[in-house]
Write a protein of this length. Structure first.
Length: 521
């Protein structure tokens, strides 16, 4: 990366031995449920600390507590927090805003939902940047590997991929030149090469500019590569283990799929797309983002879609379900052409084609309980009678590994991984024929990922469910999909059986994926 040493003033680094110190922090919900139990955390200038543990163990709650924010209706019952010498919970509102603006930066797990959708990228950065000059804004975008010569600085968040949104949020945080940088799953939804580049950037910020960095992460390979210290929230209280060395992980052998066997060629296709084109609007003109995509998904099979961040994967999925209007081409379901826009499709067509998005927080109604969220599609699509709907809600929660008590909770009371499982359960409530998943395991720990994917594999066998899976976790794609579509620059550059493309790729981009490091999500 083209680092600019003068961007991050050394005067911003904390002078104390620890920039952040959390001791014996206990956070409880009104019903007495523990969100954190005597948690501890230290962030020191020049070091990267990873907070690890299964979904729902309190990683996000711990990081947000450092910013002086707890989930609504919860309270700190024991423990102390100091950030650059101050307790954020005792500061006045103006003093807390000053701390967050100038010394402390936080990037959440769903960065797209936290960015103003009306503001263009350059304004999002200039709003908080120490240096608001156009050159500084462009350089900050380049630092997080975002292009500056293709109109991206003038786009709004809706015109960016999930990975691009995450990097804009990181650039916005760095533009403040903070002493402490907190990141919740910073590489979720990024391709392996970009994950490595972001990891290198974070190491540079820590080592060369003495920024104290704390991050939550489900990726053990990334933790091993990046973290100096690890706080494990798996048990009743954290276990701190210091690393003495950082050894980059060696590339591993490409796995061979061991999921359901590929379908026969004569199996009827449930979902097809032909000559699919799509574009984003930029200053009144169309910027093409999809170029003639063809795909065919037979009933009961799974298709993996892979490619670098920004290659058009999410736009493809949104175009298939009618949330992004195609400019040319057709989408068909069981041979019937679908209208380009979802609102012009029949209710049954919308039911049969369900999307699980990458950022569930932005798509779950914050005023509805989880139970109400799941009841709605069950009743709307007549998948359960009113007398049976409560039992069906509990069954859906159980299928995605969530306890029955979660039916009474609201989205803000759940971790990122738990919200992702709710989003999957909501899609399954519609009883779809095709489930389209956009990085649905990026916020899940390994055990939960296996459980969710086993559920989807079981539904494929029992119900003939077809699955489209976008993921940067190449192990998962290789293990769980029958066919593969490789995208680059909005084009489908190669497609075919997953095993063949991973073992005998014909395009250089596919070859780079197949031989490169496979990072788990």
């Amino acid at each position: 990366m083209n680092h600019m040493p003068h961007w991050y003033s050394h005067s911003q680094a904390a002078d104390a031995e620890s920039a952040v110190r959390v001791r014996d922090l206990t956070v409880t919900a009104p019903n007495g449920r523990l969100l954190l139990d005597r948690a501890g955390l230290e962030l020191a200038p020049g070091r990267v600390t990873a907070v690890v543990g299964p979904s729902g163990c309190g990683k996000t709650t711990l990081l947000r507590a450092v910013t002086g924010t707890l989930p609504p209706h919860t309270e700190r019952t024991t423990g102390s927090i100091t950030v650059v010498g101050e307790d954020p919970f005792t500061l006045s509102a103006p003093a807390l805003r000053t701390l967050r603006r100038h010394r402390l930066a936080y990037v959440g797990q769903d960065p797209g939902s936290a960015l103003n959708p009306r503001m263009k990228v350059r304004r999002l950065l200039a709003e908080v940047a120490v240096d608001k000059s156009p050159d500084a804004i462009r350089a900050q975008l380049a630092e997080v590997r975002l292009p500056t010569d293709d109109g991206l600085p003038d786009r709004r968040i809706s015109g960016l991929s999930g990975g691009q949104q995450r990097r804009v949020a990181l650039a916005r945080a760095l533009a403040r030149r903070p002493a402490v940088l907190l990141l919740d799953e910073p590489t979720a939804g990024l391709d392996p090469a970009l994950r490595d580049e972001i990891a290198d950037l974070l190491r540079h910020l820590a080592e060369d500019h003495r920024i104290a960095i704390g991050l939550s992460c489900h990726d053990p390979d990334l933790v091993d590569r990046l973290a100096d210290d690890v706080v494990d929230l798996t048990g009743p209280r954290p276990r701190d283990t210091a690393r003495t060395t950082r050894v980059p992980r060696e590339p591993t052998a490409t796995p061979v799929p061991r999921g359901p066997a590929s379908a026969p060629d004569d199996r009827p296709a449930t979902l097809t797309a032909s000559g699919l084109h799509a574009a984003h609007l930029h200053r009144g003109r169309r910027i093409p983002v999809l170029h003639g995509i063809d795909l065919s998904l037979p009933a009961g099979t799974s298709l993996g879609v892979v490619g670098a961040s920004g290659s058009g994967k999410t736009t493809l999925l949104r175009t298939l379900v009618g949330l992004h209007r195609a400019t040319a081409g057709t989408v068909s379901l069981d041979g019937t052409h679908l209208a380009p826009a979802a609102h012009s499709r029949s209710r049954d067509q919308r039911r049969r084609l369900q999307l699980v998005p990458q950022d569930p927080l932005g798509t779950l109604n914050p005023s509805r309980t989880i139970g109400a969220t799941l009841r709605r599609p069950l009743l709307l699509h007549r998948r359960a009678g009113r007398a049976d709907v409560a039992d069906r809600v509990l069954e859906l929660l159980d299928q995605v590994g969530l306890p029955a008590a979660f039916a009474d909770r609201y989205p803000h009371e759940l971790s990122g991984g738990q919200r992702q499982r709710v989003a999957i359960a909501r899609a399954l409530a519609a009883d779809p024929d095709v489930l389209i998943c956009d990085e649905v395991t990026s916020a899940l720990d390994a055990d939960t990922t296996d459980a969710v994917m086993n559920l989807l594999s079981d539904l494929r066998v029992r119900r003939g469910l077809s699955l489209v899976l976008v993921s940067h976790d190449l192990r998962l794609v290789a293990d769980r999909t029958d066919t593969l579509l490789v995208m680059s620059g909005g084009q489908a550059i190669e497609s075919g059986p997953t095993a063949r493309l991973f073992t005998s790729p014909s395009h250089p981009v596919t070859a780079a994926l197949a031989t490169g490091p496979l990072l788990g999500g």
